[in-house]
Design a protein around this ligand. Structure first.
Ligand code: F6P
Length: 576
């Protein structure tokens, strides 16, 4: 931990780099099976006892429920009073966190221990926003000077672009910035640039190209003037097929349009951990912004991967974003579990997934600026906790990460909310909304907020048979006609949600919010005894795609596939 301002050490980091040699300390600490923890059975019994309680009744019985089950964090209000919990539930869930040794795992992450054991890496996105600058050691070396040097490199570069000092090959100012990346090298910066648009430089147009479908880059290039376009090639590995394909297409376009190979130096920069790959592509490593293997792709927006954010918003606003995340880090590291927001949200998720059998979680976002948040959180949550092998190499015996989905809530109301209100699935929801809008046009914002509040209320209270009957009678229905329609008009309610409201979507608030979700995911990984920081499940598809590509191009005849894949390859090649 960041104890007493002194250096933190990488205790227990083994020297052996053999692929299957796990850190013995971590092995000792894994409590293996969560369902073997004594409190798991208590939670099961407690679930059976309270599963039929209705939130309506819980609110009626406790006038202080909102105060008891909501917390403030600066300008953020987290209200989980509409969750199907009692004081006893929370007590048991917190005991679960204790028995799973959550506080110890939090310490291990912040101490830079190699908790990503399958990739033999520390997990230190918290160092990227360690505004206290206290030393954090990895392999005996303090990472903070390197973090600060890259931030300074980013600041200088972004200032040059924003002040018109860095110009294109023909002397024009940069007006279009195209980030080429995918997954964590796309979703985070894209989401933040959209979210903080009111703070952005209005003279810059930001584009994010991720999809290898040629339609994506073609559309973006059609909007750009090569003389005033900057490409940021963002890839931790600098080997990702989609990103490299798009990068080569962009490079060929620029060279063709400007008729000069040397133009690449003025129009391409890279963000990567792979200097050799960047150099091979033809980008001067002086224009490369580095980061480190202890930054996971989906946790990387705080690193040089945030370069488009710094270019668009300026370093001061990026620093505020880091400040907000750091404040949440400090809260997560030091707050008691009862007050600890990431712990509470993580535990509530476990409660529904493992005790109520919920298999998905929906993000209902009443903030147009956060329209890409569900996509961002989808990678964060599902790539982190979509695992079925635990830290000890054993198959998990409980359900792990949820299917995370969602969109702008107001649009969703007219699409999928029917299922949320009256479907057969229990889908816990997060409602997000700003109390104040940066666009106070007419009644838009009160209408937006009214809808958000109403939906959370409707999901919770529902509509009883008696209420539905009274409504129908008011509409003049009676007798058989009323009885026939009545069942369709009942809303069971008792659909749980957390409301995360904030005063305004400032960089600081957004930083705290994202860090809250990052740590929530980590909390759940600890409870389930899984490694939230690897992603082996993405490998197989990549390998098979590499095998199929030459077959599709006709460089090799298709063979060794199942009949379905072969049939589809032949269809694509127009061979049947
Ligand atoms: O394929 C998944 C993944 O490895 C993600 O974890 C990562 O964010 C993304 O691909 C992009 O990787 P890179 O930054 O190395 O191009």
């Amino acid at each position: 931990m960041f104890a007493g301002g002194g250096a933190v050490t990488l205790a227990g980091n083994p020297v052996n780099h053999g692929p299957q040699t796990f850190n013995p300390l971590i092995r000792k600490l894994s409590m293996s099976v969560p369902s073997d923890l004594p409190v798991w059975q208590s939670l099961k019994a407690h679930h059976a006892a309270i599963a039929d309680l209705h939130l309506r009744d819980l609110f009626a019985a406790d006038p202080d429920r909102f105060a008891r089950f909501s917390r403030r964090f600066g300008d953020l209000l987290v209200d989980f009073s509409k969750q199907r919990v009692t004081g006893e539930t929370l007590g048991l869930l917190i005991e679960l966190a204790r028995q799973a040794q959550l506080p110890t795992w939090i310490g291990r992450m912040f101490d830079g221990e190699m908790i990503n054991h399958t990739e033999r890496r520390s997990v230190l996105h918290v160092a990227l926003r360690n505004r206290s600058n206290r030393p954090i050691l990895v392999n005996g070396e303090d990472v903070m000077p390197g973090v600060n040097a890259v931030l300074e490199h980013m600041r200088k570069f972004a200032d040059q672009i924003r002040r018109g000092k860095w110009r294109g090959q023909t002397g024009k100012r940069i007006r279009d910035v195209v980030n080429i990346g995918i997954g964590g090298s796309d979703l985070g910066p894209k989401m933040i640039c959209e979210a903080l648009e009111p703070y952005g430089d209005p003279t810059l147009r930001m584009h994010f190209v991720s999809n290898v479908d040629g339609a994506h880059i073609s559309h973006v290039l059609a909007e750009c003037d090569p003389e005033s376009t900057l490409f940021i090639i963002a890839s931790k590995t600098f080997t990702t097929q989609e990103t490299m394909t798009n990068a080569h297409t962009a490079r060929a376009w620029l060279v063709k349009e400007l008729g000069d190979e040397s133009a690449v130096a003025k129009h391409f920069v890279a963000v990567s951990t792979n200097a050799a790959g960047v150099s091979k592509f033809g980008i001067d490593t002086a224009n490369m912004f580095e980061f480190w293997d202890w930054v996971g792709g989906r946790y990387s927006l705080w690193s040089a991967i945030g370069l488009p954010i710094v270019v668009y918003l300026g370093m001061d606003h990026f620093t505020e974003l880091l400040d907000g995340a750091h404040a949440m880090d400090e809260h997560f590291r030091t707050a008691p579990l009862e007050e600890n927001l990431p712990a509470l949200l993580g535990l509530l998720g476990v409660w529904y997934i493992d005790f109520f059998g919920a298999d998905s979680h929906v993000m209902l976002v009443y903030d147009d600026y956060l329209r890409s948040l569900p996509d961002y959180l989808q990678q964060l949550d599902m790539e982190s906790n979509g695992k079925s092998i635990d830290r000890d190499g054993q198959a998990v015996r409980v359900n792990t990460g949820p299917i995370l989905w969602g969109s702008l809530g107001n649009n969703g109301q007219h699409a999928y909310y029917q299922l949320l209100h009256q479907g057969t699935h229990l889908v816990p929801a997060d409602f997000l909304a700003p109390a104040q809008s940066p666009n106070p046009i007419g009644e838009h914002h009160p209408i937006l907020l009214a809808n958000c509040l109403a939906q959370a209320e409707a999901m919770m209270v529902g509509k009883t048979e008696a209420q539905a009957r009274a409504d129908l009678e008011k509409q003049g229905l009676s007798g058989e006609a009323l009885e026939k329609l009545l069942p369709y008009k009942i809303f069971p309610g008792n659909r749980p949600s957390t409301s995360l409201f904030y005063r305004r979507l400032t960089p600081q608030v957004l930083g705290s919010l994202i860090a809250l979700y990052e740590h929530k995911v980590f909390v759940q990984g600890v409870i389930w005894n899984i490694n939230s920081f690897d992603q082996w499940g993405v490998e197989l598809g990549k390998q098979l795609a590499n095998a199929i590509l030459p077959e599709l191009k006709g460089d090799r005849s298709a063979s060794g596939h199942d009949a379905s894949t072969l049939g589809l390859i032949r269809f694509c090649r127009d061979e049947d």
